[in-house]
Design a protein around this ligand. Structure first.
Ligand SMILES: Nc1ncnc2c1ncn2[C@@H]1O[C@H](COP(=O)(O)OP(=O)(O)O)[C@@H](O)[C@H]1O
Ligand SMILES: [Mg+2]
Length: 243
């Protein structure tokens, strides 16, 4: 698979900047990032795990897309950063996540396909958003485990999926059970906000895994029926070490 860098474009008007893949969408404008302008939103499809509904699913020019806005954290820091150091759009969370996802596609790693990122500064308000292609028919690992157990080979597949990213030095800043998606034929890692390529050291890999285990244990402590036990974790580690 070749990903042509020439297809990635930036469109700026005033303080609003859009980074997009011109092979997927043509000349996007700010309505692409406006959740209220969406014709079809299916919030019940997602985030049932903890009731957040930041992601919107919608159709756009024949594509099934997901809109995520960055609402928590980082905004004050961004504002301070803006004030003191000037506004560098490439440093925004949305542009960074888009650029990282784009590189992951080139490595053929199972992560969302980035479509467009938006970053806007309007007076004191700073907004950022990301649109990716929807991974269709997927559920989060957390949602799955609230319904039913996962077979051993799928636990192993989760482990080997994580290992594939680690083998390419990809660090996930928030590897938890909501950021792993199970589709009918594949396992994906999503939500690469603050993720990065990390070439120094190895300890972050174990820390990624430990973070995921903590997340699974936390879900288990909060939900009466959460299908996760030590044997499942062993299967995951077996898949991780096999790759
Ligand atoms: N490309 C995608 N395909 C399908 N579902 C997605 C996709 N991106 C996000 N989601 C859903 O939206 C939720 C929130 O997106 P995520 O990127 O994890 O942002 P955050 O956790 O910061 O709100 C995910 O847990 C997942 O359920
Ligand atoms: Mg997430």
């Amino acid at each position: 698979m070749t990903v042509s860098l020439e297809k990635i474009k930036i469109k700026s008007s005033g303080q609003h900047h859009i980074l997009y893949d011109a092979s997927l969408i043509d000349n996007p404008d700010e309505t692409l990032f406006d959740p209220d302008a969406k014709s079809s939103t299916l919030p019940e499809k997602t985030n049932t795990a903890i009731g957040r509904a930041q992601a919107r699913f919608f159709h756009y020019h024949g594509l099934d897309l997901v809109l995520k806005r960055y609402l928590r954290g980082g905004m004050i820091a961004s504002l301070l950063g803006d004030r003191y150091f000037g506004f560098n759009v490439e440093h925004t969370r949305s542009f960074r996540e888009f650029r990282l996802l784009h590189r992951l596609q080139a490595l053929e790693l199972p992560a969302p396909v980035p479509v467009a990122a938006s970053a806007e500064r309007a007076g004191l308000v700073f907004r950022a958003a990301l649109v990716t292609k929807e991974i269709s028919g997927a559920t989060t690992l957390a949602d799955h485990l609230m319904q039913t157990k996962l077979d051993d080979d799928l636990w192993q597949a989760v482990g080997s999926c994580i290992r594939r990213f680690h083998n390419q030095d990809v660090y996930h800043a928030d590897l938890n059970a909501r950021n792993i998606l199970l589709s009918s034929d594949r396992i994906y890692l999503i939500d690469f906000d603050k993720g990065a390529f990390r070439y120094l050291g190895e300890s972050w890999k174990a820390a990624n895994l430990a973070r995921l285990k903590r997340s699974l244990l936390k879900f288990r402590s909060l939900h009466r029926n959460f299908y996760f036990n030590e044997e499942d974790w062993k299967q995951l580690l077996q898949g991780y070490t096999k790759v």
